[in-house]
Ligand binder design. Sequence first.
Ligand SMILES: Cc1ncc(COP(=O)(O)O)c(C=O)c1O
Length: 334
Amino acid sequence: MRLGDLTTPALVVDAEALESNLAAMAARWPGETLRPHVKAHKTTALAARQAAHGATGFTCATIREVEGMAAAGLGADLLLANEVLDTRRLGALEDARVTVAVDSPETVEAAAAGGVREVLIDVNVGMPRCGCRPSDAGALADRARAAGLSVRGVMGYEGHLQAWPDPDERAKLTQTAMELLLAAHADVGGDVISGGGTGTSACNPWVTEMQAGSYALMDSAYTAAGVGYVQALHVLGTVVHVSAARPDMPAYAVADVGLKALGMDHGNPSVPGARVWFCSDEHVTFAADDPVRVGDRVLVIPAHVDPTVAYHDRMHVVRDEDVLDTWSVDLRGW
Ligand SMILES: Cc1ncc(COP(=O)(O)O)c(C=O)c1O
């Protein structure tokens, strides 16, 4: 199959760019020191490529992701890095090692009641999301152990720093965040200090395992933050309308990649060689530097990779105009 044969909008992954991102992160975080986050791609075939580059454990965001990874034979060491209260499906999983983040008495009790065996104490390191106070981590670990759970260590996600524009400041703030995590770890014990993401993967030497995810496919928000990985994912679209310049309106074109095909929480997508005006449900409207015609194909770069992928059933792996493979986005859903 050729690129031109694909029905649009379609996710396309540049095979060379993907492999170069996987190799670069694996060089920085080899073997079990990298625990790639599958929420960024939701695709077990891509996770298998990360395993081929040396990763043995993976980070998941949903129970569905844990189940799908286990079913794909990639369940040697799965971390559900989110709090869950209904853990029955996790406890029922066979042939997978599953560790769950807990940050409260309620989530500890839910893990024990559902048959989960191993947990990490999730510590808030500065982002107003989940995680206990660092000073509460030790007591929570005691409570988990008393409930029969094995506590492997701590996790703390410095999500608020991932796209911090100034890299020196990002590094300093990451250190401050990780000092909180290390203090909690001193009270909790265990072998694991888990955290990090694409944006801090070069400036967080404090974790024992790096949870980065977006680096594999990338997006324009991370590129703008200068994190050092290349854009591997595009949404292929077709130009469905062009409008010549009029006295009251400059020329523009419209392609079939709208906000239902793109995660828009980090802003508009970009189109190389064009200025994007706006997205509507099914359309992106843009002004191109060079003339475009109805039927032309365009490659749209999403501003946020994770929600973009989650809108699609499959991604096509391409080299130039050739479609080499089609991977199911099989971890979609909950
Ligand atoms: C808990 C956790 N760890 C790691 C990551 C990975 O971050 P990124 O995709 O930016 O590399 C995320 C992303 O939101 C996350 O929620």
